[in-house]
Design a protein around this ligand. Structure first.
Ligand SMILES: Cc1ncc(COP(=O)(O)O)c(C=O)c1O
Length: 456
């Protein structure tokens, strides 16, 4: 398995040929999911005592299994938060794997971690956080949110009065599900300010004022969102920051999706206040065109994260020794062994320069505005709210829940587009609506028009 022979050479060439084909293709197919039983019936047993052989397995992948995936970078994949890794980043993802780098400690991964840190410096510069702020790449926004919440909780528990107390955090109903899920993992209570619209400082203050004395004591952090996943809404970050400062609370900003827009001059002002955060989540695998998986957590004071996350163990002592001195990413988030997942981003940034990133992000914002205008001009369509960041929510007049679902399946079945419905609270009830989220700068106005035409 580990020796070099002609089969390995042939396999390497086949894989490279496939990769070249994939990255140079301009029209991908939108794949069709199949049930696990159907896939099993097609490919049969693949894990056997003697192996089925690389060529055979690779053919199964090419012919059948790869086609059961929906590429996130298809220009008409506007569902959830899609992605669009640059070709340079994809290429360096291959290099990252081929280089077998352990990204936990500088002692083993200095070259890779150096590159990650160069890319991180650019991301941190976008936030406006003060000198000393820094971050690390994580497996995604969920892990970044968890790392930040745990850091905040451990900092709060430094006070002996709270050592054994269960903490409380406040966020809004618009916050991402991972914030609520990670509060569970960190075993902290969570209070939701009822608003899918922008969380305003005054509403946060009202919520804090309404807490019982016990709850107020246990409250240690507020999570605001820098671009809600559902609608692209940016909370009143400055207002929230000021209240957190006054009330002595940790201020976390979840900008997993919206964080890329910090690079876009046209909307940067909407994020004012983010520079006062104690921690920030940004996902380069969303709007910074990195391949999965690549999130980031940034701290105003990284030393607090180190206190919370640094792992101790006799076999790890050497990594902390003077002789092995350097930046150890594992000290600042929940994971020990880690891929240098910021390396593809570094190569992509180094190749193209930050201006090209700005332009590509601005294009996503522009596409949302273009889609908004097309919808407004259409007699059968209606905007639910003005486009925000790169999200557009809209109604097809006369449609009910099932119509949106059937329309999604129909376009997916045809291999034409993936646009999924969401729910929006219209003041009376949660209604089903349609949603675009633009990331891919290769999506065209014609793609949008063609998708809207299928609603008529
Ligand atoms: C605002 C926000 N936070 C957190 C997450 C979770 O990120 P991940 O899926 O990378 O774990 C997402 C994902 O869409 C998100 O949009």
């Amino acid at each position: 398995m580990h020796k070099i022979d002609i089969e390995l050479i042939e396999m390497t060439l086949d894989v490279m040929k496939y990769v070249i084909g994939r990255v140079s293709e301009t029209e991908h197919q939108i794949g069709k999911p199949k049930k696990a039983e159907e896939l099993k019936a097609i490919v049969g047993e693949t894990i056997t005592a003697k192996g089925v052989g690389g060529e055979y397995a690779f053919n199964l992948w090419k012919e059948h299994l790869s086609k059961a995936n929906v590429p996130v970078d298809h220009p008409r994949n506007l569902a959830f938060v899609p992605a669009s890794p640059t070709r340079a980043a994809i290429m360096f993802d291959l290099i990252t794997s081929a280089s077998s780098i352990h990204g936990a400690y500088w002692m083993e991964g200095a070259g890779g971690i150096f590159c990650e840190n160069e890319a991180m410096r650019w991301i941190v510069s976008l936030t406006g956080l003060p000198k000393g702020a820094f971050g690390v790449f994580t497996s995604g926004g969920t892990a970044a949110n968890l790392s930040a919440i745990v850091t905040a909780r451990e900092y709060w528990r430094e006070n002996p009065e709270y050592k054994r107390k269960k903490g409380l955090i406040i966020t809004s109903t618009g916050a991402h599900s991972s914030v609520k899920a990670m509060a569970k993992v960190a075993d902290v209570d969570i209070l939701l300010v009822e608003s899918e619209e922008r969380l305003e400082g005054k509403d946060l203050q009202k919520t804090i004022d309404s807490l019982t004395e016990h709850q107020r004591k246990c409250l240690f952090a507020v999570v605001a969102t820098g671009g809600t996943t559902n609608a692209g809404i940016i909370d009143d970050l400055d207002g929230v920051a000021n209240i957190c400062e006054k009330e002595n609370l940790w201020f976390h900003v979840d900008a997993a999706y919206g964080g890329g827009a910090l690079a876009a001059d046209s909307v940067r002002h909407l994020f004012i206040g983010i520079e006062k955060a104690d921690s920030i989540t940004i996902d380069p695998h969303k709007w910074m065109f990195s391949p999965y998986d690549c999130g980031a957590v940034i701290y105003k004071n990284p030393e607090l994260a180190k206190k919370a996350h640094s792992q101790q163990g006799s076999y790890l002592d050497i990594f902390k020794d003077e002789g092995a001195h350097g930046f150890n990413p594992s000290d600042y988030q929940i994971q020990l062994t880690r891929r240098v997942r910021g390396l593809p981003l570094w190569f992509s940034l180094a190749t193209h320069g930050t201006d090209r990133f700005k332009e590509a992000i601005e294009r996503g914002l522009e596409l949302a505005q273009i889609a908004g205008k097309m919808i407004e001009a259409h007699p059968d369509l209606e905007l639910v709210r003005a486009p925000s960041l790169s999200c557009v929510l809209f109604r097809r007049l006369g449609w009910e829940n099932k119509d949106y679902t059937e329309w999604t399946y129909e376009n997916h079945r045809k291999g034409f587009a993936l646009v999924t419905p969401t729910k929006w609270n219209n003041g009376e009830r949660f209604e089903a609506v349609s949603r675009f989220c633009f990331i891919n700068p290769d999506t065209t106005e014609n793609d949008i028009r063609l998708i809207l035409d299928t609603m008529i």
